[in-house]
Structures are given as structure tokens and as C-alpha cells.
Design a protein around this ligand. Structure first.
Ligand SMILES: Cc1ncc(C[n+]2csc(CCOP(=O)(O)OP(=O)(O)O)c2C)c(N)n1
Ligand SMILES: [Mg+2]
Length: 672
């Protein structure tokens, strides 16, 4: 057992490094990092099981930092275990530096995840804990039973509403592989915590079914005891509430205490305060980026312990693999990040079906053919038709993760963050469904999935005002424009940050799901109709969906006008085209399930589908801006919805709002 004095010295070392990195950057958050140093140090020096030589080891413990602003604490800790150099730490927040302000994830460097947006991070951890339970049940590999997910949360994360959803899920699913440390330091960005929060957090989590342990968060012995207790808990998650001192060890310029002060939340200690603090912690203000010899020894010893621990774990994994070669090969495949092979010929679509039902047919195939897929719904599985998947499996319950369906309850953001956490964990392919209008509840998570390039599949049904009977609250209008902005926003690999697909009929839905499953490098959004849609004309070449936009079968050569739409409006255009043809007009119909994908094609191809100079008419059930890139104002007009929807049966709304063949005819005639 390590000497408490050495542990305290190591925590001071972390405080010195974190405060110095922020000081050098002239920006960042020293206070929280200094307060949390004792916990992270005990965790890394005595508990966290990982292989320093094999960061990708699938059975490793994982540490998720919800308050990403405390990254200097994590980087400093990772310096102690050799994942970052002291020089790199000294480059905190600089252009091109690996020590970014809020790191997302970089497993090779030991960063499983930190969340910039408070609250999401600890729910990513909950998702990872679900993935570990799933893998334990579905592979039988004993290593996943041993894996522990550690989450670190702060006042901000507890205050964020998502913590309610996360706590509920972790409890109902009995996630005893999850240990969360709450850095309760009574201070936040602009106020003391007591000014905005009077809940009894311990009682709240106990009421939610968690094991709760309350300790002094800067006491290494208490931290150790709490972690031992937490590791022994069965059947429920554990919260360790640590009363921590913000800016522990900090002194002001005049030498008085600078602890528990809001000002240390988000600014360098500054000038003499910095110098006094570093001296107080036993560091050298002239040369602060150092690791003390006894701290080096502490972590060298831990590295040796980890060698022994990993050797035993690898031996256990090897024995399992030898006894279960097929399962072992399958597990390797699941963690390879490669897209699964799917025989789509098994997917039988009904004619003229709603695309949400067509999606159910696809999900049914996926449930049978992709054994590491997890599908979730926010209490809408029979409406969003994720029940196509559910019918082939069963939902997770406490102690039983042999199924593959995650009933998330009515908590769209929680569900999305859990799915992101599953993807971060690796080994599983998560998908989640709800109504499109409630994508609004999920945007912050979609953005994080996009930034981190995680292949989560978002299934959004009831895609337009045609859910009219429920009234305007349930009718998406501006949502497609919002999500299509994510197609325009490129990720750091130059790709549209989200693949967005709105298929035009049942067969396009199969093609869209195929693209979603092949896409392992960004999230995918599938936008699907509630109502039935007529099949596109016979002979349509659905392989062209992969080009994002294409000419629908039955189009005329040398068209007088090109009609453009996505989703169900394509069939309205087809009906309108019949009327125009009676007038002698030659008409081309173009379906654009994904403008982002279309723009990835060669300019020649784009021009062959939508040649400049030919009159165009676009129709969208969302805002006209959806089609603005495809139908330039100089070449035509766009029929869209420019107000909230109305309460009425959808066929009435189609008539009232102009989504009819007659209106297509009338609007196109105006172009001539
Ligand atoms: C969703 C979200 N809202 C706001 C912020 C901005 N922010 C960063 S830290 C912080 C205060 C957090 O206080 P606490 O979690 O107690 O951290 P500490 O001050 O103890 O370091 C705020 C509001 C954020 N990062 N995420
Ligand atoms: Mg705080």
C-alpha cells in the first residue's frame, strides 16, 4: 500500500502542473483541477486498470471526465503516467498542440472522453457501462465483467437536467460497473453553489437507487476506502460524493488563502498568487514543469503492478478465446471498427409503405444479422418503428443484458448520450429512435457525436407536418433545416459531420439504411415518414441513393423543367409531373435523400443531374431553405412551409398547404 505522504505529494505535483499549464497558457481553469487532484491521483496510482503498452485493450477500465474544463488535471495526471510530455502540457490550448482546451477523446493518449458541455460526459460513461454489460453477456468473455467505468462529475454536471436521466438509467439497469465521483467543491463559475442549489444530492441519488458514499474529497485514505467499498457494491451504481476544496493549496498575492474562491474557476492564478501557490505546494515557480522523484517512483511501481494485473487478465482472456474461438473472432471483428456485412436481399419491403415501416423491415434484418447492434427508443418503439428490431430481441433489464434493445424512457438527450457512450466504449453499434420533432432535445448530443466522428445512428420518424392530428407541437418544420446544417458543417477530416438521409419510398429506405450501416466514420440521421408513400416508378435504380441525389426512373430526356425533392415530396412531384406532361412539358424528377452526399460527387455528375440553366422547382415539407442549394432562385422556385404546422388530418393539411399534384402543376406553370 502506498504511503499517504507520497500520495499527497503526487496530488500536489498534479496541482502544480495544472496551475502552471493554465498560467503559461494565460487561459484555462486551475481551481477545479487543483481540488480534484487527490481523487484522480488515487484512482490512477491504485485502481484504474489499463495497459500502458496497449491503450486499446478492450477490457481496460475507462475514466470519463464530465467537466472538460478540468482537462489540466487529466493532462497532468497523464503526464505522470507518460501519455503526455511536460513540454506538451506546457503548450496547453495552443494552435497545433495535443493539449487542447477541452479534449474529446484520444484513446492512444489515455483520453476516453472529456465533455465540454457539462452533464453529457457522465452520461457517456453510463452508455459505456451499458456497452460493457452488453459485451459481457454477448461474448461471455470474463474480461468485460471485470471492467469498471469511472465517471468524474462536478456541480455543473449534477445541475444539468440530463443527470436525472442518467441516474435513472444507471439505477434501473443496475450498473454496478459504474463508479461516479462527484467533486462537490461548493464553487462554480459565477457563484457559490449554495446560491443556486439547495438539494440534498446524496439523498437524491439514494432515492434514485444508487449507493452513495460521502467523504472528504481531498483525503487520500478516505478516497481509497470509498473506492474499495464502491468496487464491492453489487446490483447498483455508486456515487462517491467528495467534499473538495476548490483551488486546494492556492495562495493570493498577499500570502492569504485563495482556496474556495470562484475566481480560480476559470482564470490563471496570476502573478504573485501563482508564485506563492507553487511555492506553497513545494514546486519551483521558475521551473514548475517537473515530476518529483518520489512521484516518478510511485508511478513506476504502479506500471509494474499493472504488468502483473494485465498479464493475469490477458491469460484469462486467452483461455476464454481458446475455448471459444468463434466468439473470440467475432469480438475482434466487433472492435475492428469495420462496417458489418449485411445481406440486404433478406430485407423484404411492402409496396407503398411508410418509410418508418420500411425502416422497421430494415431493423428486423439488422437485429438478425448484426449481433453487436444495440437499438434504443425514447418510449416510442411502436411509433418510431424501432420495434422492428425489438420484435427480434428483448430489452435490457437489471442483471440481464442478453437482449439488444435499450428502453430509454422519455429522455431523448439521455438516450443519445448513452448511445454515444456505447460508441466511445467500442465493440457495439448503437442506434436510437424518436419523433423528428424531438430531435430538438438531442441536438447537443448529435453535435458531440459529429465532432467525435462516432457512427451512432439517429432514427427520426414522423418527419413532417403530416402528423397533423397531434397539433403543431408535434409537427417538425424547421428541424430538417437544422439537421442539414450538420451536413454543411465539415468534421476535421473534411467530411460532412453528419450523414443525413431522407428516403423517398420503401426501397430508398433500404438503400439509406445500407449507407447508414456502411458509415462508420460519422453519425447518420435517418428522417422517415409516418404516412404511406407510393413507390417510385418501376425500374428506379436504387443503387443511386449512394450518390445522394439522382434522376428518378421515368424522367423525360431533355427536360423543360426539373422537379427536386427529398423524402415523401418526391412522390407528390411525380403526381404533379403527370399533369405537366398532359400539357406537353418534359419533366425530370430528382430525388435528393442527402444533399451532403450529393455534393461529395464529381461536379460533372452533379451537373448531369441538375444542369445549370434548366428551370427547376423544389418541394419540401420543411422550410424552403432545405432546397436552396439545389434550386437557385434564378432558375426556379421552392414550395415549402414557412410557418408552424396546423392541427388537422394529414390529407387535409396536404390540400390546405399545397402539397398536391395540382399545386405542383400550378407552381411550375408559373415558371413558363
Ligand atoms: C452545458 C454547459 N453549460 C455551461 C458551461 C460553461 N461552464 C463551464 S464550467 C462552468 C461552471 C461549472 O462549475 P463546476 O462544475 O462546479 O466546476 P468548478 O467551478 O467546480 O470547476 C460553466 C457554467 C459548460 N461548459 N457546459
Ligand atoms: Mg464546483
Amino acid at each position: 500500500m502506498n504511503d499517504i505522504k507520497v500520495l499527497n505529494h503526487a496530488a500536489d505535483n498534479i496541482r502544480i502542473l495544472a496551475a502552471s499549464a493554465v498560467e503559461k497558457a494565460k487561459s484555462g481553469h486551475p481551481g477545479g483541477a487543483m481540488g480534484g487532484a487527490d481523487f484522480i491521483n488515487v484512482l490512477y496510482s491504485e485502481y484504474l486498470q489499463y495497459d500502458p503498452k496497449n491503450p486499446e485493450w478492450v477490457g481496460r477500465d475507462r475514466f470519463f471526465l464530465d467537466p472538460g474544463h478540468m482537462a489540466p488535471m487529466l493532462y497532468s495526471q497523464l503526464c505522470l503516467i507518460g501519455k503526455f510530455s511536460l513540454d506538451e502540457l506546457a503548450q496547453l490550448r495552443q494552435w497545433g498542440s495535443p493539449t487542447t482546451g477541452h479534449p474529446e477523446f484520444e484513446i492512444a493518449r489515455g483520453i476516453e472522453n472529456t465533455s465540454g458541455p457539462l452533464g453529457q460526459g457522465h452520461v457517456f460513461a453510463i452508455g459505456a457501462a451499458i456497452a460493457a454489460k452488453f459485451l459481457a453477456a454477448h461474448t461471455g468473455n470474463p474480461t468485460f465483467e471485470k471492467e469498471t467505468i469511472y465517471a468524474y462529475i462536478s456541480d455543473g454536471g449534477v445541475q444539468e437536467e440530463i443527470s436525472q436521466g442518467g441516474a435513472r438509467i444507471a439505477s434501473i439497469l443496475g450498473l454496478d460497473n459504474l463508479i461516479m465521483f462527484y467533486d462537490s467543491n461548493d464553487i462554480q463559475l459565477s457563484t457559490e453553489t449554495k446560491d443556486v442549489m439547495n438539494e440534498n444530492t446524496a439523498a437524491k441519488y439514494r432515492a434514485l437507487g444508487w449507493e452513495v458514499i460521502e467523504i472528504v474529497g481531498n483525503d487520500a485514505a478516505q478516497i481509497r476506502k470509498a473506492l474499495d467499498q464502491a468496487k464491492a457494491v453489487k446490483g447498483k451504481p455508486t456515487l462517491i460524493i467528495g467534499k473538495c476544496i476548490m483551488g486546494k493549496g492556492a495562495l493570493k498575492a498577499d500570502g492569504s488563502s485563495y482556496e474556495a474562491n470562484c475566481k480560480t474557476h476559470g482564470a490563471p492564478l496570476g502573478g504573485d498568487a501563482y508564485i506563492n501557490t507553487i511555492k506553497n505546494l513545494g514546486g519551483d515557480p521558475e521551473n514548475p514543469f517537473q515530476i518529483f522523484p518520489d512521484v516518478k517512483e510511485l508511478y513506476a511501481n504502479r506500471a509494474k503492478e499493472l504488468e502483473t494485473i494485465c498479464a493475469a487478465r490477458y491469460a484469462e482472456e486467452k483461455a476464454w478465446a481458446a475455448a471459444n474461438p468463434d466468439k473470440a473472432a467475432q469480438q475482434a471483428d466487433w472492435f475492428s471498427g469495420k462496417a458489418p456485412k449485411i445481406d440486404w436481399s433478406k430485407c423484404v419491403q411492402k409496396d407503398n409503405d411508410a418509410t418508418r415501416s420500411a425502416s422497421a423491415a430494415c431493423l428486423s434484418v439488422l437485429a438478425e444479422q448484426v449481433p453487436n447492434m444495440i437499438c434504443a427508443s425514447a418510449d416510442l418503439s411502436n411509433s418510431d418503428k424501432t420495434d422492428g428490431f425489438l420484435k427480434k430481441t428483448h430489452a435490457f433489464t437489471k442483471g440481464d443484458f442478453s437482449g439488444a434493445f435499450f428502453q430509454a424512457g422519455v429522455a431523448e438527450l439521455t438516450m443519445a448520450c448513452c448511445c454515444i457512450g456505447m460508441a466511445l466504449h467500442g465493440g457495439v453499434i448503437p442506434a436510437c429512435g424518436t419523433f423528428f420533432v424531438f430531435s430538438d432535445y438531442m441536438k447537443p448530443a448529435v453535435r458531440m457525436a459529429a465532432l467525435m466522428e462516432l457512427p451512432v445512428k439517429f432514427i427520426w420518424t414522423h418527419d413532417a407536418f403530416r402528423v397533423g392530428e397531434d397539433g403543431p407541437t408535434h409537427e417538425p418544420v424547421e428541424q430538417e433545416a437544422q439537421i442539414r446544417l450538420m451536413e454543411k458543417l465539415h468534421n476535421h477530416h473534411g467530411k460532412p459531420s453528419v450523414l443525413v438521409l431522407r428516403p423517398a419510398d420503401a426501397q430508398e429506405t433500404t438503400a439509406a439504411w445500407a449507407l447508414a450501416m456502411e458509415n462508420m466514420s460519422t453519425p447518420t440521421a435517418l428522417i422517415l415518414s409516418r404516412q404511406n408513400i407510393n413507390n417510385l416508378p418501376a425500374g428506379n435504380d436504387y443503387s443511386q441513393v449512394a450518390k445522394g441525389g439522382y434522376i428518378v426512373a421515368g424522367s423525360d430526356a431533355n427536360p423543360d423543367v426539373i422537379l427536386v425533392a427529398t423524402g415523401s415530396e418526391v412522390s407528390t412531384l411525380i403526381a404533379g409531373a403527370e399533369l405537366l406532361r398532359k400539357d406537353g412539358k418534359k419533366v425530370r424528377i430528382v430525388s435528393v435523400p442527402s444533399e451532403g452526399l450529393f455534393r461529395e460527387q464529381s461536379v460533372a455528375y452533379q451537373q448531369s443531374v441538375l444542369p445549370t440553366g434548366v428551370k427547376k422547382f423544389g418541394m419540401t415539407a420543411g422550410l424552403p431553405v432545405n432546397l436552396i442549394g439545389l434550386v437557385p432562385a434564378a432558375e426556379g422556385t421552392i414550395w415549402g412551409l414557412e410557418s408552424f404546422g396546423f392541427s388537422a388530418p394529414y390529407k387535409v393539411l396536404d390540400e390546405k398547404l399545397g402539397y398536391t399534384a395540382e399545386n405542383v402543376y400550378n407552381q411550375v406553370k408559373k415558371l413558363f
